[in-house]
Design a protein around this ligand. Structure first.
Ligand code: AHR
Length: 662
């Protein structure tokens, strides 16, 4: 019998005494399996999404053309004009008056030219990921001012070879903008592709919104999201998705804050702004990082629905990022900000016969999104935050008393700012307080008992952003190693044990592009063609897919395991499947054995599920080449229902055991 991690010798109710043997010395983890102490909220384990590290543009938003509307600060950024011979004015940028949202477009003057004489090439976001045999959907807005101009569309590999092509003759004429689209297939796979348009003919044409999407978007939606990245999220079965951030909610200044109303409707009417991560870190400049909002609030709500997660939007509270300008709106002038919050609830929840419910319905979703949670402010702090928050809270609760509001506890889990906010927010009876901790693995281990002493009847906790830092916060040396992930797994036993208080938790940040990141560590890494989950991803996934419904008192020698002998444990019940689920992190470099006693249980299924995430090397990583180096190994094990359970815990391991009760 080779049970590797778990050797089953015996299981029986606690009433039965063990025969005297050496086994008697094995420490026992006791789970009061028939006495649930608290409910675990379905929202418990979720995901935090922000457009950082090329998370949205160049990330989950599958658009391949960078700066498709020529609205980046430098209008030709991402583009190259290709010319055989220079001719004055053959391609120019124009800025139309009267369109403040998307003013720029290009005008092409073709003077009896052939293919190869005049064109434009787009470099994509760190190149374009192109897949052999896949269909690519091109579209463009155009005005055919004069004559006739034909397009030759070409996908290029990194050496400039053509790996997909077609031609398009725009049919419409006149002064109105029209949309034309055509699809074609790629003949090769290329991670660093480009896209070129040659112009041919004699005439003048204006172009805007030059766009190219792959066919294989999430749910095959045109203009949709990158399926492999979304699939990784869906596989987690997250309880909620927080969006759109993060610091981008606040913006560098108020003009560059996230404004959800500007992210709705046709994409050409969504006004882009600079992404605050464009300029945030001098050591990681990202001059081509903008928010085009092709992915906007409608799409976020739809994504939440797709993956079965509660939507959790976070709104600006009238304050820009306090690490940047700290610009604020005067408290007596917050009306439009508060109205944005009220309108968002109407957008998400009201019937189509309301103003904002109609906007949602017109975008293709007549049924409400059933919004239950709303965050006011991201990582804001100080009295300025509290006084603004009070204005929002009063207005929102008056109209929508059932919406649960998430309030910021600032940037850190301790210190004067935290203490001040914690006191103020609790005095306000905050529904949910959003705590953030980017700390060392050691901090996570030491804080596994953080919530044991929190008031059971007070505000609930959202562990809204956390990640163990292998070096230090915002260091470029941080990596997603196993030591960090295991420390998070250990810490999370404490979140789970305290599910009565902690109702939501999410790792942050979520995505990073290998060539376009600003912040490490991150849960999922991608390049233009590939994506993989870090060990931290698998820890999160193990929690969210083994979520259970109720907390069970789980102790060794009468106390919860919060680091004794470097073990951390939590036991829960899944009432839906009638299983006890035990999670144990062994952060020591030694194998450890524990007996598990399911107190009060007389009968269990002989077949149990054992899932182990482990690596002997705390520095070990997952990589593109070895994406599942550290990933869960699952097996069905056979228990002897007459004996106790003996668990052998590998060094540096995280173990999940699911035992079915009969
Ligand atoms: O997750 C990265 C950043 O960390 C978030 O944008 C911000 O909320 C926090 O400071």
């Amino acid at each position: 019998m080779n049970f590797k991690q778990l050797t089953v010798f015996s299981l029986l109710a606690s009433a039965i005494a063990l025969p005297v043997s050496t086994k008697a010395q094995t420490p026992v983890i006791n789970i009061k399996a028939t006495q649930p102490v608290a409910e675990i909220q379905p929202t418990m384990w979720g995901v935090f999404f922000e457009d950082i590290n090329m998370g949205a543009d160049g990330g989950i938003y599958a658009e391949l053309v960078k700066n498709r509307s020529f609205e980046f600060s430098k209008p030709w950024m991402g583009w190259k004009i290709e010319r055989k011979k220079a001719e004055e004015g053959d391609i120019i940028i124009q800025n139309r008056q009267g369109n403040t949202v998307n003013p720029r477009f290009i005008s092409v003057k073709a003077n009896n030219i052939s293919k190869g004489e005049l064109g434009i090439t787009n470099e994509g976001f760190k190149g374009m990921g192109i897949k052999k045999g896949l269909r690519y959907d091109f579209s463009v807005l155009y005005r055919h001012q004069k004559g006739s101009v034909k397009f030759h569309l070409e996908l290029l590999d990194s050496k400039g070879n053509i790996i997909g092509e077609t031609t398009l003759i725009p049919t419409g004429n006149g002064h109105d903008w029209k949309k034309e689209a055509i699809s074609f297939s790629a003949t090769e796979t290329e991670a660093k592709g480009k896209f070129r348009i040659w112009f041919e003919g004699n005439g003048e044409i204006d172009l805007d919104m030059v766009s190219l999407f792959p066919e294989d978007t999430w749910k095959k939606r045109p203009g949709g999201m990158r399926a492999d990245m979304i699939q990784l999220l869906a596989d987690m079965k997250p309880g909620f998705i927080r969006f759109p951030g993060g610091c981008i909610v606040e913006g560098i200044d108020l003009a560059n804050r996230y404004q959800w109303k500007k992210t709705l409707g046709p994409v050409e009417e969504r006004q882009l702004i600079i992404n605050r991560w464009n300029v945030e870190f001098a050591h990681r400049p990202a001059p081509d990082y903008f928010q085009t909002f092709g992915l906007g609030f409608f799409e976020y709500f739809q994504l939440a629905e797709d993956i079965g997660a509660e939507p959790l939007p976070i709104l600006n509270c009238g304050m820009a990022c306090q690490f940047n300008t700290a610009e604020v709106v005067p408290v007596n002038e917050l009306d439009s900000y508060v109205q944005d919050a009220l309108d968002l609830i109407e957008f998400a929840n009201a019937e189509p016969n309301t103003k904002w419910g109609k906007v949602r319905a017109d975008m293709g979703h007549p049924a409400p999104f059933d919004l239950k949670y709303l965050g006011i402010g991201n990582e804001n702090w100080g009295p300025q935050y509290v006084e603004r928050l009070k204005v929002f809270t009063k207005a929102i609760k008056a109209k929508y008393p059932n919406i649960k509001l998430v309030n910021s506890a600032g940037t850190d889990p301790s210190g004067d700012r935290f203490d001040y906010l914690n006191k103020e927010l609790r005095a306000m009876n905050a529904d949910i307080i959003d705590e953030h901790y980017y700390r060392t693995p050691d901090w996570f281990l030491k804080n596994a008992g953080r919530y044991d002493s929190y008031d059971r009847n007070g505000s609930k906790i959202f562990a809204g952003e956390y990640a163990a830092q292998s070096d230090k916060t915002v260091s470029v040396k941080n990596v997603n190693n196993w030591k960090c992930a295991l420390s998070e797994a250990a810490f999370m036993t404490g979140l789970e044990r305290n599910a009565q208080v902690v109702n939501m938790a999410s790792y942050a940040p979520l995505f990073a592009h290998a060539e376009g990141w600003q912040w490490t560590p991150d849960m999922i890494w991608v390049d233009n063609l590939r994506s993989y989950g870090t060990p931290n991803y698998y820890v999160q996934k193990l929690y969210s897919t083994n979520k259970g419904t109720h907390v069970l008192t789980t102790t060794q020698n009468g106390t919860p395991l919060t680091g004794q002998e470097e073990l951390y444990a939590s036991g829960i019940l899944d009432k839906k499947t009638n299983e006890v689920i035990l999670k144990i992190a062994n952060v020591s470099d030694k194998e450890q054995v524990r007996e598990v006693n399911l107190e009060g249980i007389k009968k269990i299924d002989a077949k149990a599920k054992l899932i182990v995430l482990k690596n002997a090397n705390p520095e070990a990583l997952n990589t593109f080449e070895n994406a599942t180096n550290i990933s869960p190994v699952e097996e069905t094990i056979t228990l002897n229902p007459k004996k106790k359970i003996s668990l052998t815990l590998a060094p540096n391991s995280f173990t999940v055991l699911r035992v079915k009760l009969l």
